[in-house]
Ligand binder design. Sequence first.
Ligand code: ADQ
Length: 464
Amino acid sequence: MSGRLLIVSNRLPVTVSVSEHGGHPEVRASVGGLATGLRAPHEQSKGFWLGWPGQMSALDDAGRAEVQQQLEARRLVRVELTPEEVSVYYDRIANSVLWPVCHDRLDQLPLRVEGWDVYESVNARFADAVAAVWQPGDRIWVHDYHLMRAPALIRERIPSARIGFFLHIPFPTPEIFFALARRRWLVSGMLGADLIGFHTRRHRGHFAAAVHRLLDTNAHGNEFEHLGRRVRMGVFPMGVDAGDFARRAESEPVRTEAARLRRNGTGPLLVGIDRLDYSKGIPRRLLAVEQLLIKHPEWRERIRFTQIAVPSREGVRAYRKVREEVETLVGRINGMYAVPTWAPIHYVHRGVPRSLLIALYCAADVMVVTPVRDGMNLVAKEFVAARTDDDGVLVLSEFAGAAEELSEALIVNPYDVDETAEAMHTALIMAPDERAHRMRALRARVTTHDVARWAAEFLHALGE
Ligand code: ADQ
């Protein structure tokens, strides 16, 4: 379908940075999954990408004008948010209410939830920004839980608009979603779209059940009738830029780094890479490493488990707590099993550059991806994409959306620490031909179902 594409997401796909010594602000492209996946459709359609560029309060007027110019050159439209709005709409509602509920963590809900009015007004600000640039024939694609109200608010402003919405995180079972006082209002917000996309059939099913119970509307196949309109649901599992990961994995610097990481050790390398988030299952994963050392003492002074955890949402208390928990466990387990020349766990609380990330994927004998709940999990797919040597074993949680597609991984229940430990052991002793057999099947899927295909399929369905 022709026509421009208007992409709407909380963050613009760029980072604005200002050096401490003043000078010119710099606008750099982000490397996240969404930014990479939508770059081509954004450039080809000559449309706009609307979102928040991050806090720009450190800039003076000249700096802001310069940033504005650089954004315009990339056809990025800035939605301005005050620090107070960010703290309520983003930290308090999106990350402290919607995120835990969608990841089945009602225990993380604040006792009193306040701030829906700000969530609404910020979503309305995004809708206004869309209405200001929209032309007949444009397609609008709204992303994620920060903007659940935006489809309906855009629809109010532009009744004939063609709107898609994609939820990157799980839609929980209605029993859990219904804990939200504003459940009907949120679902009605999403139903402002013509097409609502999920990563998995399960998330779509939960959403359909919630709509049925809240609005007494039955889905016919994948469709609802809502306020006289047809609303479709679809399953679009997001992929990664597999070609790029494969190319980088074969590049000289990454190969050298991977060889160095392997050489440094005394034996097999297990790797975990995550944002430091309570949904990612890091504490139980550490306990599984400990259990592996208890049940299979032959691995002591041999295996190394490297956990890279990027700091995340540090303004939210639950995130500070999970950090403490992880650090306590790392300290306790290392204290218990380390000898002067060896420690079982290497813990890095930092984001790492992309080349090191890919070198770790390439060097890992076992990649451990055990979220207790995850919409998709791109780390699992990036690992597979990088393994052009058809080696390495993926241990994957059944509660990651990726498990619906990556069935040749060793699938585990991350709540079952013993089972996870046994899967690590199975991975460590797996015969080379079985490893290759599984990895080839995984790679075939990740390579054909890449992020470009994900975007193309969603946009094709939106255009139908
Ligand atoms: P996230 O919860 O952020 O995404 P994920 O899908 O794993 O989770 O993506 C993380 C991205 O950050 C990956 O591209 C990864 O390379 C990078 N990253 C992770 N840890 C890193 C580290 N320590 N250093 C450097 N880079 C790191 C949300 C949902 C997911 C869903 C995606 C996309 O929670 O379920 O898959 O959106 O829809």
